[in-house]
Every structure is written in structure tokens, then in C-alpha cells.
Design a protein around this ligand. Sequence first.
Ligand code: NAD
Length: 253
Amino acid sequence: MPALEAKSALVTGGGSGIGRATCELFAREGARLIVADIDKEAAEQTADLVRAEGGEARVVVADVNRVEQVTAMVAAAIETYGRLDCAVNNVGISASQVGAGGQRVGDISEEAWERLICVNLTSVWRCMKYELLAMERSGGGAIVNIASIAGLVGLPGAHGYVASKHGVVGLTKAAAMDHAAAGIRVNAVCPGYIDTPMRANSWVSPERPIITRPAMKRTGKTDEVAGGVLWLCSDQASFVTGTTLAIDGGYTS
Ligand code: NAD
């Protein structure tokens, strides 16, 4: 039986990279999807890929920084599929995307710091808030937050990103404790360097030792991350909550 047979799943940032690969894999495993993204065209492309493989997907244009758009996103899942079983909070931006790549604490602007915390941490809290309420109403569910190896260890030149992702890991652990009794599991995936558009724009070039440090000495593929997200959302992981799954080729080992 497919791992997510008849389940409904919402993926934020579903228009690209890890989010897109997660949508495609979830659909192949039987899930009915809400592909949420700020970029309508990108989300439509993901939905087309899902439908081309026989899957079901609805696009919701939502900026995870806007509470009314997040509530509308969760409401769309309930309206379309009757319940929300799985949610993947995947939106994140790199230090480079706010012009802070390579900067140390003394260098970063207030604006860049606040943007990293807002997009990478506060938005995960906001999405979880409404996802948890929906899941509680329907008797349970599974949430996976996409953190990073930067949520487990320090990385040079990216302290705002590192702080935001450590926050995601802490939020995941605390929420798991608070919502286990309601039948909701909350876990985090911590990818290493993965080949996506975000990576391509990073200040960390592929030749740097930071990339070749992992035991496996290569970057990862989006499918390799999606596989871990799928497992955590599936009933195979029914006794797993509050954990962090590093998918990093051995980077943090
Ligand atoms: P990506 O840039 O390829 O995709 C991000 C998606 O999020 C895009 O479709 C974008 O339109 C969307 N998005 C951005 N801001 C948004 C907003 N405010 N509201 C809604 N959608 C928004 O990124 P990716 O590399 O696939 O990264 C996905 C997640 O994985 C992020 O949280 C990132 O921090 C994390 N991660 C990535 C890597 C990596 O090497 N790529 C490593 C570790 C962790």
C-alpha cells in the first residue's frame, strides 16, 4: 500500500527544490496535495508535474509571512480534502538571499537579521499554529519542518541562518511535546548541501571545503531529502516525534 494512501498533505515552498521533490514523491505515494508557494507559476509547474503522474494537487498562492494567507492556505486544505493529515513547512531563505552571505555578527544589518528570523523561523511557527489547530480538530496528523545542518551545528558566514534553523529545531522539539497527546507528531529534517536553486545562489561555492567535508564528499539530491520527509510523515514513523533527521551525507557525523 502506498505510504500516504488517501492522506491530504500541504507543502509550503512547494514550487521549487526540496518542496517540489516532496510534492512529487508524496503524490506517488498516494497523497492529495496542497502546493503552497509565493510564486504562482512555480507552484503551478509543480502541480502539473504531480498531475502528469496521475496525482491530485491544488495550488495555493500564499506568503508564509502573512497570517491571513497562512490561514487561507490551511482552510484550502480542509475545503478541498476535508482534513489535513500531513504538513511540510519547507520555506526558507539563505543568508545570501538577504545579502548577508559570509557576514559575521558585527557585519549584518538589522534588516537582514530580521528577515532571516522572520522567513525561516517565525513563518514555521505561524504555519504550525494553524496546521496544529486543523489537525487537532480531525484527530491527529504529522508535521515535518525543514531545518538544516545549520540547525545542528555552526556554519561560517551564516550566523543569522544558523540561529534561525536552530530555532526551528527547538520549536519542533517543544511542539512535539505539547501535541503528542492530540495524536500529532512533529519532526524536523536537517538537510546538508542539496542541489537546488537556493544552493546555486549561495555564497558557498561548490569547490569550498565546506561542501566536500561530508563523509560522502558530494552534495545531495532533492529526492534524497524527500525520502526522509515521506518516512517521517508516514505511519512507519508512528513512534517518532520531536526528532531531527539529518540527511547530510555524513556532514554532522
Ligand atoms: P528553493 O529556493 O529552491 O525553494 C524555496 C521555495 O520557497 C521557492 O519556490 C520560493 O518561491 C518559496 N518561497 C520563498 N519565500 C516564500 C514565502 N515567503 N512564502 C511562500 N513561499 C516562499 O529552496 P530549497 O533549497 O529547496 O530549500 C527548501 C528548504 O530547505 C529551506 O527551508 C532551506 O533553508 C532548507 N535547506 C536547503 C538546503 C540546500 O542546500 N538547498 C540545505 C539545508 C536546508
